[in-house]
Design a binder for this molecule. Structure first.
Ligand code: IMP
Ligand code: MG
Length: 174
């Protein structure tokens, strides 16, 4: 089976427009208040890098690597592979994610980070697939809503590949 990534869903210039719009909303909402930006590895590394360079308030950049799995008798368990380096208590925190699919990972991560008592906690995602959601998670800042397709590029991967594309493409298996 061959993997075809010829179909471009979001162009690089559309991504740049999205970044300018999201940074504008975030700059307006936090207006000079310090912010801890938490990029979710690995998918959000490019989005985080592009977004923070457009932010105007004093920021600390940190990263987490997490995954979620659904157990037989649970709604989901969060596995933390890499935790934060900073204490977020009493800080404004913005989670930066590449894509929200079922919403399980971010719902669990949000619950975990809230136990650390930040001043505020919001979510910014580059891409959103709301048609796949299994809970009521809604991002505070949403870049581009996409259909129920598997996408790669701009940090998103298939088995570790294609993260380096500067646009977003649909994966077709042929
Ligand atoms: P969920 O919201 O808990 O289902 O998981 C979201 C995670 O699944 C994202 O952070 C991505 O790592 C991965 N993911 C979901 N959809 C896609 C996709 O279309 N392309 C690449 N990764 C995806
Ligand atoms: Mg991810």
């Amino acid at each position: 089976m061959a993997i075809n990534t010829d179909k471009v869903l979001v162009t690089h210039s559309e991504i740049e427009e999205m970044l300018d719009r999201l940074a504008g909303e975030i700059n307006r909402d936090y207006e000079g208040q310090p912010l801890v930006v938490v990029g979710i590895l690995t998918g959000a590394f490019i989005f985080t890098a592009d977004l923070v360079r457009r932010l105007e308030m004093p920021i600390i950049v940190d990263f987490m690597q997490v995954s979620s799995y659904v157990g037989e008798y649970s709604t989901g368990v969060l596995k933390i592979k890499k935790d934060l380096s900073y204490d977020i208590r009493d800080m404004n925190v913005l989670i930066v994610e590449d894509i929200i699919d079922t919403g399980r990972t971010l719902a669990l991560l949000k619950e975990q980070l809230l136990t650390r008592e930040p001043k505020s906690l919001k979510i910014c995602t580059a891409f959103d697939k709301p048609s796949r959601r299994v809970n009521d998670l809604v991002p505070d800042y949403n870049g581009i809503t996409i259909p129920d397709e598997f996408i790669v590029g701009y940090g998103l991967d298939l088995d570790g590949k294609y993260r380096d594309f500067d646009d977003v493409r649909i994966v077709r298996k042929e």
